[in-house]
Design a protein around this ligand. Sequence first.
Ligand code: PRP
Length: 210
Amino acid sequence: MRVHVADHPLITHKLTVLRDRATPSPTFRALAEELVTLLAYEATRDVHVVEVPVTTPVAETTGLAIATPRPLVVPILRAGLGMLEGMVKLLPTAEVGFLGMVRNEETLQPDIYAERLPDDLSDRQCFVLDPMLATGGSLIAAIDYLLARGAKDVTAVCLLAAPEGLKAVEEATAGREVTVVLGAVDSHLDENGFIVPGLGDAGDRLYGVV
Ligand code: PRP
């Protein structure tokens, strides 16, 4: 597994405002979107491209275009939805599939409650969006699901991770084509499975308490 942790003052600045408990939902949503766009630049570094001819006003030359099959962006509902617009802004030709997952707050085990994805993911590059990588259970389940459907590789974009969850994802995906791009790796998980210092419950902060 490849891990890339953003190292940029603009990203840390925006993350700092996200972490602040006083930041209201509208600002939180706008910042989450901006952060994803910045992380998407790194996450798409290995996006498949093909050479294409292009005629400029001056000469003929060769450029690059995103290859087919088109990349698939998969936000994990709910909180990953807050990252979708920021991602497709940078990758407008991508298709979008949805996975609804909820983490049982007692067992911390993930449960898939909704799925809307193309049947065949053969040769697809998939970009999974989920702001929080806590125990890693949700991301491992999502990656397993996509690879089992034939996805070529999976790149996860997360705003924050706990070291415990990152290690779990690394162990669970050993030998497979997985990349994780992160805004930051925090200190640890608390006894309730929350990232510390973290930013609280991203889904609740984006969309309200359920
Ligand atoms: C949160 C978060 C991740 C998951 C992370 O979702 O958005 O999907 O928990 O935890 P894990 O790494 O321990 O699996 P939550 O279950 O709160 O659902 P929500 O997005 O609908 O609020």
